[in-house]
Design a protein around this ligand. Structure first.
Ligand code: URA
Length: 236
């Protein structure tokens, strides 16, 4: 079987499994979603164009390959997978931590209080949500909004890597420590990382504070604006 066909089969099976899960949630108790086994691809490690093509060719394909994901235990309590949203050709890509309650319900990133603040930051940069792309390190909500765990980050990481590979933004902004640590593979505190340019797979990356942190600590707004001014300068 060709890799392309294999991947298409994977997508179809994943979608079928997701539909069966929905039916089960709606009360069709005789449905056995485990009757279908979704093949698990090895999507670990940075993606190389020359590597066997397990990479979906589009963001939509990648999103579909996540349907019904059970790669970590967050699947048990989530309402929706929050894949990401925005312009697939965005010049600026922002990466947050994980969906919260509101995002879990709506299946969209940054639609709660932190999201409103993020909208204001974007507006001040003369950017709209439609122009940028926004996603998270984790695609499912951790219970009670607890911190992401290492195994959850590891399970979800290939999808973030593929989003970045497919979008290839001109600039990445990480919001908060988890996104910066996940992409930069460092444990340096966010207060030391922010405000300086870093690199992820050859792309410039600016770490800054998370909007949820700014809601609790408004004095962080000024440094974030300094960071965003550097981003605007870079984007010309
Ligand atoms: N916080 C995040 O990090 N991501 C969201 O999508 C919402 C809140």
């Amino acid at each position: 079987m060709s890799d392309k066909l294999y991947h298409e089969c994977h997508e179809v099976i994943s979608q079928g499994k997701a539909i069966l899960e929905d039916l089960q949630q709606w009360g069709f108790e005789t449905v056995n979603k485990n009757a279908i086994e979704v093949p698990v691809f090895d999507v670990s490690g940075p993606l190389k164009k020359s590597a066997p093509p397990v990479l979906p060719e589009t963001l939509l394909g990648l999103e579909r390959s996540l349907a019904g994901c059970h790669r970590c235990s967050l699947a048990e309590q989530r309402k929706n997978i929050v894949f990401g949203a925005g312009n697939p050709q965005a010049r600026l890509l922002l990466v947050g931590e994980a969906p919260g309650h509101e995002e879990d319900v709506r299946g969209e990133p940054f639609v709660g209080e932190a999201g409103k603040l993020l909208d204001k930051i974007l507006l001040a940069m003369n950017l709209s949500r439609e122009e940028v792309y926004i996603c998270n390190v984790l695609k499912c909500r951790p219970p009670e909004n607890r911190d992401p765990q290492d195994d959850e980050i590891a399970a979800c990481e290939p999808f973030l890597q593929q989003q970045l590979e497919l979008i290839k933004p001109e600039v990445i902004v990480t919001l908060g420590r988890f996104a910066a640590h996940a992409l930069l593979k460092t444990a340096t505190p966010i207060s030391k990382l922010r405000g300086q340019w870093h690199e992820y797979e050859g792309l410039p990356l600016m770490p800054t504070f998370h909007p949820a942190y700014l809601l609790r600590n408004p004095t962080g707004k000024r440094p974030v604006w300094e960071d965003m001014k550097q981003v605007m300068q870079r984007l010309g």
